[in-house]
Design a protein around this ligand. Structure first.
Ligand code: NAD
Length: 384
C-alpha cells in the first residue's frame, strides 16, 4: 500500500509510488507553486546525487497555462537551474512526433545532457508528450510533472505511461517511463475550465467505485466542497485517487498481468463513444462518466449488482456536474458502437472485455459477456 503522509508543511500530502528503484513521490499541496524548484532539486539530489547548481531544465507547457509555467520557471531559477521554456499549442494535436522532433532540436540547442530535467507544466497532453521526450532524448533524461488539470493530477501523471498519437490511433507510440517526482498544487485548478474540471471528477468517482467504497461515500458527503473546488477537499480527493492508482500500478506496472485493467471501468463503452464522436468532441472523462453508467447497467443485467448501485453513481455524477448521457444517445447505431468496441486495443483476441462492479469498491474483469446484453444496454439508453 503506498503511503500518504503529512509533510512538515501543515497541509501538504505525500503519496509514495512504490516501484523499486523507480519509486517516486507525488507532493500534493495548495498555494505553494513557487516552492516547486526546491522539490525538483531535492528529487534530483536523491536520485542522481546531482546538485541543481549549473544544472539545466526545459519547462514544457502550453499557452493556456503559461502563467503557471512562469512561476515554475522562476522557482527553478531561484534554486540555481538554467531554464528554457517551450510553449506548445494547447490540444491533443500537440501529442505528435513532429512536435517531439522540434523539442529534440531545442534540447540540442540548449546543450542538454543526461542531467537536464524536463519539467512538464500542463494537462495530460503536455505530460504525455514531455514524458515521451524525456524517455527518448539521450535514452532518458530526468522527468518531473507539474500537472494542471484534475485528470492529469489523478490519472495521467501516475503510472508512467508517456507517448504521442499517430493519425491511425491515439497513444500508439510510447513508453513506460516514471518521473523523478510529481508536484501537484491544487491552486492551479482555479483557472481550469469547468468542463475540464467536471471531466476529471468522473475519473475520481471511478476510483471509488472500483476500489474504495469509503472514498465513494466521502465524495457523496463532500459534493459542495468538490463543486466549490475547496483546497482541503481537493487535496484529499487527489491524494486518495493517486494512492489508489499507485496501488494498482505497483501490482502491474507494465500492464502484463491484467490487474491494471481494473482502471478501465467504463472504458469499453467510453472508447467507442469517443471514437464515434470524433476525438476531442467528447472529453475522455465525459465519455468515461457515461461509460460507467452503461457498464453498471450491464452489471445489473448480469445479476451482479442491484439497480440502487447504478442509481447511486448516477446521483453523484449528476451532483458534481459530470455527464450522465450522450448529448444525443441515438446518434450512434448499436452496430457502430459494437464494431468500435471490437477494434479497441484493450480487446483480447477480438473478445470484448468488461470491468464490471460486483459491489461498491469492487470490480471484476469479464470476457464472456454476451453481445446481446452489451447491445441491449445501448438500446435502452438510446430509448431514453
Ligand atoms: P489537456 O492536457 O488537453 O488539457 C485540457 C485543456 O485545459 C487544454 O486546453 C489545456 O491547455 C487547458 N488547461 C490545462 N490546465 C489548465 C489550467 N490549470 N487552467 C486553464 N487551462 C488549463 O487534457 P487533459 O484532460 O489534462 O489530458 C488528456 C490527455 O491525457 C489525453 O491525451 C490522454 O490520452 C492523456 N491521458 C494519459 C494517461 C496516462 O496514463 N498517461 C491517462 C489518461 C489520459
Amino acid at each position: 500500500m503506498p503511503q500518504q503522509s503529512e509533510t512538515s508543511s501543515t497541509d501538504s500530502l505525500i503519496v509514495n509510488v512504490d516501484l523499486a528503484e523507480r519509486s517516486y513521490d507525488i507532493r500534493i499541496c495548495s498555494d505553494q507553486l513557487s516552492s516547486v524548484g526546491s522539490s525538483v532539486a531535492e528529487w534530483l539530489d536523491k536520485r542522481l546525487g546531482a546538485s541543481s547548481t549549473q544544472q539545466s531544465a526545459l519547462v514544457v507547457t502550453d499557452r493556456n497555462v503559461l502563467a503557471h509555467a512562469n512561476v515554475v520557471r522562476s522557482s527553478l531559477e531561484a534554486v540555481g537551474f538554467r531554464v528554457e521554456l517551450a510553449e506548445l499549442e494547447p490540444g491533443e494535436r500537440t501529442k505528435s512526433l513532429p512536435v517531439i522532433s522540434s523539442l529534440y532540436e531545442r534540447m540540442v540547442e540548449m546543450k542538454a545532457d543526461r542531467r537536464t530535467v524536463v519539467v512538464a507544466v500542463g494537462g495530460g497532453v503536455i505530460g504525455d508528450a514531455s514524458g515521451f521526450l524525456a524517455a527518448t532524448y539521450n535514452r532518458g533524461v530526468p522527468f518531473v510533472q507539474v500537472p494542471t488539470t484534475l485528470l492529469s493530477d489523478v490519472d495521467s501523471s501516475v503510472g508512467g505511461k508517456v507517448g504521442v498519437n499517430l493519425a491511425a490511433a491515439k497513444n500508439l507510440i510510447g513508453a513506460f517511463y516514471q518521473p523523478l517526482g510529481v508536484f501537484i498544487d491544487t491552486s492551479v485548478l482555479a483557472t481550469l475550465p469547468d468542463r475540464d474540471y467536471r471531466s476529471g471528477l468522473a475519473e475520481v468517482v471511478k476510483y471509488g467505485v472500483i476500489l474504495d467504497a469509503g472514498f465513494f461515500e466521502f465524495l457523496e458527503q463532500n459534493v459542495d466542497g468538490i463543486n466549490a473546488r475547496e483546497s482541503s477537499v481537493l487535496r484529499h480527493i487527489i491524494a486518495r485517487s493517486c494512492e489508489l492508482k499507485a496501488m494498482v500500478v505497483k501490482e502491474d506496472e507494465y500492464e502484463r498481468t491484467g490487474l491494471r485493467a481494473v482502471l478501465n471501468y467504463g472504458h469499453t463503452y467510453a472508447h467507442a463513444f469517443e471514437a464515434l464522436a470524433g476525438y476531442g468532441e467528447l472529453l475522455h472523462g465525459e465519455a468515461v462518466s457515461i461509460g460507467m453508467l452503461y457498464a453498471s447497467r450491464l452489471a445489473e443485467k448480469r445479476g451482479l449488482i442491484d439497480a440502487a448501485m447504478t442509481a447511486r453513481q448516477r446521483k453523484l455524477l449528476e451532483q458534481i456536474g459530470a455527464l450522465t448521457a450522450l448529448p444525443d444517445p441515438a446518434a450512434f447505431s448499436t452496430e457502430d458502437i459494437l464494431s468500435k468496441m471490437r477494434l479497441d486495443k484493450k480487446t483480447v483476441g477480438g473478445q470484448l472485455r468488461f470491468i464490471l462492479p460486483t459491489k461498491m469498491g469492487h470490480v471484476t474483469t469479464f470476457a464472456d459477456i454476451p453481445e446481446a446484453d452489451v447491445t441491449a444496454v445501448v438500446d435502452e439508453f438510446a430509448a431514453g
